[in-house]
Design a protein around this ligand. Structure first.
Ligand code: TYM
Length: 353
């Protein structure tokens, strides 16, 4: 008997261009799972979530289409995976509302994104930017709705999303014990979840920190960004014989660690090992290290940029598959929402009948 086909779901906010953190934390797993073809894959663009950082007027729709063209350029295939836009599945908002009714506010107040924003505002109450909104506080509830609505088993995300996934598991479990088995409970974050540091040496690469390397950066931009990585510190002793990136990178000065992490992800193993030997020998090798890292990054970006600009990968083509894939995901999602409505006692929706 063949094993049950599992369900994978993940999303990315349309905050602009895809960066290496998004790719190595999430998209490369989307690709692997798509190609393994053992599961039904749902990959979406989280445009509702992006509204927590909305500015006066931004082209969220345009950003969404650009992100989807980048998805396709990376190798995601709308015929193999169900690729859709969050807001094309408005019943997610209904599920989020229903889940919100059983969500303890204390749980949300412990959310790291919310706490970070709160502490920034406490430091500088007049800080420019977005308010501490109801939407930001409720971000994990909407994310739980995304996950639970398609009955996901596996949620491939970067390490920074660990807490959000735990909250979704917690909500589903709590709902089931209160209203009866309704939700399929997803598995916790995988062991290989990554947190890619920023080019400035900060612990995380992120768009709002302006420390990203982007998939669509051309060779000149890549070189300029990598040259600016802070490497003024002398190599710190590694005090280990291990050649494993996960062991050695955290022992390096942070900027230098980013360069080694990039080599680990992109260059042949022998290149990583050669530079690791250089590190152990000491001396001046940072210039060569930066050159090598930049070359490997540009080589990685080249085919992605070419596929991004391929005339077949047009905004019109994206719109067509969005329409089609919204139709593929909707029945699955409605089935969940109807079950939740029934479990909570409001009964079936008449307008959908
Ligand atoms: P977003 O857009 O912030 O991040 C998208 C994905 O990229 C990963 N990521 C990283 N991974 C490693 N190192 C980094 N420096 C790095 N920066 C970003 C994130 O972990 C994520 O996997 N809240 C989600 C969007 C979302 C979602 C969902 C995801 C909304 N609903 C349901 C999964 C399931 C987010 O963080 O997007």
């Amino acid at each position: 008997m063949s094993a049950k086909r599992e369900t994978i779901l993940s999303g990315i906010r349309p905050t602009g261009r895809l960066h290496y953190g998004n790719y190595f934390g999430a998209v490369r797993h989307f690709l692997r799972l798509q190609e393994e073809d053992k599961a039904t894959c749902y990959y979406f663009i989280a445009d509702y979530h992006a509204l927590t950082t909305v500015t006066d007027r931004q082209d969220l729709y345009g950003n969404t289409v650009e992100m989807l063209r980048t998805y396709v350029a990376c190798g995601l295939d709308p015929r193999k995976s169900v690729i859709y836009r969050q807001s094309d599945l408005p019943c997610t908002a209904e599920l989020s509302l229903l889940l919100g009714m059983i969500t303890n506010i204390g749980l949300l107040e412990r959310g790291t994104t919310y706490k970070d924003k709160l502490s920034k505002l406490r430091e500088d109450p007049k800080a420019e930017g977005n308010p501490l909104s109801y939407g930001l506080l409720g971000y994990p509830v909407l994310m739980a709705a995304d996950i639970l609505i398609v009955k996901a088993d596996i949620v491939p995300v970067g390490e920074d999303q660990r807490q959000h996934l735990e909250m979704a598991i917690d909500l589903a479990t709590r709902f089931n014990s209160r209203f009866g088995e309704t939700f399929h409970v997803p598995r916790p974050i995988s062991r290989d979840a990554l947190r890619l540091p920023g080019l400035d040496g900060a612990s995380k690469m992120g768009k709002s920190d302006h420390n990203t390397l982007d998939l669509l950066d051309d060779p000149a931009t890549v070189l300029k960004k990598i040259k600016a990585v802070p490497t003024t510190t002398e190599p710190a002793p590694l005090d280990t014989d291990s050649n494993d990136a996960d062991t050695v990178v955290p022992k390096m000065p942070s900027g230098v660690g980013v360069l080694y992490r990039l080599l680990d992800l992109l260059a042949p193993r022998e290149v990583f090992l050669e530079f690791l030997e250089e590190y152990r020998r000491g001396g001046k090798f940072y210039g060569n290290l930066k050159k090598a890292a930049a070359e490997h990054c540009s080589k990685f970006n080249e085919p992605i940029i070419a596929r991004y600009n391929d005339p077949a990968n047009s905004a019109a083509a994206v719109e067509e598959f969005l329409r089609e894939n919204a139709r593929r995901v909707t029945p699955v999602a409605l089935e969940t929402v109807e079950a939740v409505r029934a479990a909570m006692g409001i009964g079936h929706s008449l307008y959908r009948a």
